[in-house]
Design a binder for this molecule. Sequence first.
Ligand SMILES: Nc1ncnc2c1ncn2[C@@H]1O[C@H](COP(=O)(O)OP(=O)(O)OP(=O)(O)O)[C@@H](O)[C@H]1O
Length: 270
Amino acid sequence: MISIQNIEIAFNTPKGKFVAVKDINLEVAKGEIVSIIGHSGCGKSTILNAISGMVFPTKGKVLLNNKEVQGPGPDRGIVFQNYSLLPWLNVEENIYQAVDAALPAKSKLEKRALVEKYLQMVNLWEHREKYPKQISGGMKQRTAIARAFAIDPDVLLLDEPFGALDALTKGSLHIELLKMWNLTQRSKTIVMVTHDIEEAIFLSDRIIVMNNGPAATIREIEEVHLPRPRNKKEIVNQEEYKIIRERLLSLLMDKVEIDEEDFFKKQEAA
Ligand SMILES: Nc1ncnc2c1ncn2[C@@H]1O[C@H](COP(=O)(O)OP(=O)(O)OP(=O)(O)O)[C@@H](O)[C@H]1O
């Protein structure tokens, strides 16, 4: 489904070429949920943007269904942390507008039906006439997720979609995301950027752990074999969950500890 082949992504900056990521190789199968985790600035969004076609690799290539990604397209739905709803459109219109643009061959009636289906799925039908400023952060993100699913993409790219939400809202959105994934026969491939270890384990089949940048590479890939459907309260007591959590923590915390040691050493020297 997605094949990332030996990519490097560099940016031209006033100080010269800045290599954000390099030597990235990754195959994501149809219907798989993969998370990318790592410290701030390690290139998680850059990789996601290369799949979305908003950024082009300076070396290597990204293939989607065996075709090289040439730019954004309706086969990929994107959800960002900051909701990205159009403030002048209400909840229903925000979804309709995306469906209208992505599926022009459908009749008005079919498009309306699609919008209703996804609004019902995320329990927003009753709030459909509200504008983004009149709804909570969780509702905004549910709208954004419904909008991404409604255009019926092969791939969903989620860039810290739950990062701005409180733990309870986050928890219910995890369930809603999986509900939609299940209702589409687990056929949608999901690649998600997150900082949240528990979220990554709960949702993913595999977790890509990045090294720190610049020129960040993939450090390790953790496979999550916990059976689905997963129950949040139950999986935390399972041995596999604990082992993966420990592993991710140790991979991600070592830099923090080194930085702290460094800080105290510098303080002593001063
Ligand atoms: N358009 C750009 N021009 C120059 N540098 C860029 C550009 N986009 C990203 N970068 C740099 O590339 C590196 C990776 O950025 P990216 O946003 O992918 O990191 P991230 O892991 O998603 O970070 P965070 O977790 O903080 O969102 C950073 O050093 C960033 O400053």
